[in-house]
Design a binder for this molecule. Structure first.
Ligand code: G1P
Length: 310
């Protein structure tokens, strides 16, 4: 469907707001062992919040009302993190620790606004999303991959929702990566522009072999998708890495539906990698003036050191 046909369809009353988001959190986090032996990788800390909290905050800032966590074994602590910590809060109250209490309240989702379901076997991202099908139902929804945290003035998902409000259809956040990195990601090919930051997507491929990527625009891990994706996922054959890939089902959905890319304003940190995790800690730490005061002299000193270990 081309862009003007989509808009007509849209104006004809097909629009539904994006109320729910899926956060797949079943991954094993092997790149961070032994830290992730007993602690889920999503609970590793950037400054003073677990990674997952940044992603939930981004979703809520985009107007998401209900978050579906697709979890796995040994991830119970994520559910605890978004619950009330009764004993702790009672003690804080008794000690008049108002600021700490308010902080906990501010980050706690409303009762009934989270769901948890398990991906019973590690069959891939597409399979994890499919596990949320009954909870999402027949409405468009967002997906946020918690390995990626995005530092931006306006929530990345909110930037996507703003485009969605004009175009409907399916929206994917993209960003440029060096050519020698494309094989690590899903990569899209763009067609005509919709505005300065958005274009129609004409093709996508998951983990293209080096030298075969259709562009250097990677899929950043933020999606708005129509619910028809679930039917496609339920029949999806394994793809890259022998896993059921979301990208493969999105490519099939693109035969019938409009897909647009958003080059979001902000910086992403791939916290699935040690470099991304460490740089995220520095970038978010620098937002706190008291921390920045200590960090800057330390980093200056570090800059004097040779890169290779002595
Ligand atoms: C997933 C997606 C991929 C995307 C990436 C972003 O891959 O399948 O399309 O580019 O997240 O981090 P994974 O990192 O799970 O291999």
């Amino acid at each position: 469907m081309n862009h003007s046909a989509v808009l007509q369809h849209w104006k004809a009353g097909m629009k539904k707001t994006i109320r729910k988001a899926v956060l797949p959190v079943a991954g094993l986090g092997t790149r961070f062992l032994p830290a992730t032996k007993a602690v889920p990788k999503e609970m590793l800390t950037i400054v003073d919040r677990p990674i997952i909290q940044y992603v939930v905050d981004e979703a809520r800032a985009a107007g998401i009302e209900h978050i579906v966590f697709v979890t796995g074994r040994n991830k119970q602590v994520i559910e605890d993190h978004f619950d009330m910590a009764y004993e702790l809060e009672d003690t804080l109250k008794a000690r008049n620790k108002t600021a700490a209490l308010e902080l906990l309240e501010e980050h706690r989702p409303q009762p009934g606004s989270t769901s948890f379901t398990r991906q019973q076997a590690p069959l891939g991202l597409g399979h994890a999303i499919w596990c949320a099908r009954d909870i999402i139902g027949d409405e468009p929804f967002a997906i946020l991959l918690p390995d990626m945290i995005i530092k931006s003035k306006v929530s990345c998902l909110k930037q996507m929702v703003d485009l969605y409000d004009q175009t409907g259809g399916n929206i994917i956040a993209v960003e440029e990566v060096p050519d020698d990195q494309t094989h690590n990601y899903g990569v899209v090919e763009l067609a005509e522009k919709i505005n300065d930051n958005a274009s129609r997507i004409s093709n996508m491929v998951e983990k293209p072999a080096p030298g075969t990527a259709p562009s250097n625009l990677m899929i950043t891990g933020r999606y708005i998708l129509q619910p028809q994706i679930f039917d496609l996922l339920s029949h999806q054959a394994s793809g890259a890495g022998g896993e059921i890939q979301l990208t493969d089902s999105m490519l099939s959905l693109m035969q019938d539906q409009h897909f647009a890319s958003v080059k979001f304003e902000g910086t992403s940190y791939d916290c699935g990698s040690k470099t991304g995790f460490l740089t995220a800690n520095i970038a978010f730490g620098m937002d706190d003036p008291a921390l920045a005061e200590d960090l800057v002299p330390f980093m200056r000193e570090m800059m004097q050191r040779p890169i290779a270990a002595e």
